[in-house]
Design a protein around this ligand. Structure first.
Ligand SMILES: Cc1cc2nc3c(=O)[nH]c(=O)nc-3n(C[C@H](O)[C@H](O)[C@H](O)COP(=O)(O)OP(=O)(O)OC[C@H]3O[C@@H](n4cnc5c(N)ncnc54)[C@H](O)[C@@H]3O)c2cc1C
Length: 305
């Protein structure tokens, strides 16, 4: 049943009509639990609150699959603005960006142009930028963009997904840049041709990636809500004398809040991924796909209307 619901929500997540409607009608159906507000002012308040609890943030202006150059430019301007706000308010926050919101589906040159604007601002204001990973179809281009930008800028990292068969090879290839990488399971609907269909294999691959990236001496963000993987990381770093400055745990805003706080208490670095903006629909549907128990929030949201 969980598998069916997961497929259902992933199917809904890239529905263009619902995405448009959601933008028009604002944060609805319990989405506020996972999205920090629809503008940078709201998001800044949430960042301050998380910082006061000892957590860092990576801020994401929501949006994806942009097909219009003007919109990609507007999204670039918004991200640059968020970087300036982070610096001005002295917030402990990085930013995350999706290449399809920078115009990946229009042209690679456009993305490079927009990303240089963002990374110039990041450099000037000392704000690190992570390139989120999207679906398999866009993986090669995203990695190519990351590699090109990494040769021009220090302050850029990216993400790899443990549900893909090829990821250990990608990590080995990227090792030449000593990159700061976020490890995740992967959030998109992928075929068995490219991705492990069973959770057990995805988790096993995740553990391999943790070992591989840490033992190569690279900064590693272990981005998961999975207790087993968190415990595995704690034990691995302890056993191998890896400094707590070489890794951090990352979790999504509104997910496993108690575990986030517990990890801070235990002295681990924790960073929360904080999304904001009007384009919340696809992100929200992927969160429901991951944990159908979250659907209870949707039902409550609807009943409140
Ligand atoms: C910081 C961050 C950034 C990410 N960036 C990307 C990206 O760039 N590209 C991408 O494809 N994906 C990204 N993801 C999403 C990721 O790929 C997974 O889809 C998502 O994290 C769910 O997988 P999980 O590792 O948390 O484990 P799961 O297998 O979903 O969950 C592990 C266990 O935790 C339990 N659990 C989960 N949530 C809760 C909760 N709220 N309360 C109680 N129990 C819970 C589950 O029931 C399960 O038993 C990101 C995730 C994080 C945390």
């Amino acid at each position: 049943m969980e598998k069916v619901l997961r497929q259902f929500f992933l199917f809904l997540s890239d529905n263009k009509i619902f995405t448009k409607l959601a933008k028009r009608y604002g944060l609805k159906f319990g989405a506020k639990r996972f999205v920090a507000g629809d503008n940078i002012g709201h998001a800044a308040e949430k960042i301050r609150d998380l910082n006061n609890q000892g957590m860092g943030v990576t801020l994401d202006h929501l949006g994806e699959y942009v097909m219009d150059e003007k919109e990609a430019k507007e999204r670039t301007i918004e991200t640059v603005k968020s970087i300036k706000v982070i610096d001005k308010l002295n917030l402990d926050s990085q930013v995350s960006v999706k290449m399809t919101s920078m115009g990946l589906d229009i042209s690679e040159d456009l993305v490079m142009f927009n990303m240089r604007k963002i990374l110039d601002a990041g450099k000037q204001h000392n704000v690190f930028v992570t390139i989120d990973m999207e679906d398999y179809q866009r993986l090669d281009t995203t990695l190519r963009i990351f590699e090109a930008l990494k040769q021009e800028y220090d302050g850029v990292g990216t993400v790899v997904q443990s549900y893909l068969y090829r990821t250990q090879d990608d990590l080995a290839h990227l090792n030449q840049y000593n990159p700061n990488i976020r490890l995740v399971k992967g959030a998109y609907k992928e075929s068995e041709q490219v991705a492990y269909p069973n959770k057990r294999d995805v988790d096993r691959n995740f553990k391999q990636m943790i070992k591989q990236h840490l033992s190569n001496g690279n900064f590693t963000a272990v981005a998961t809500h999975d207790e087993n993987l968190v415990e595995f990381t704690k034990k691995y770093v302890e056993k191998n004398n890896i400094s707590r400055d070489q890794f951090e745990f990352q979790m999504l805003y509104g997910m496993r809040i108690e575990m986030q706080r517990e990890l801070v208490k235990e002295g681990y670095k924790v960073r929360v991924y904080v999304p904001y903006g009007k384009d919340w629909y696809g992100y929200f549907m992927r969160r429901l796909a991951e944990r159908p128990a979250n659907v209870a929030f949707v039902v409550k949201g609807i009943l409140k209307k």
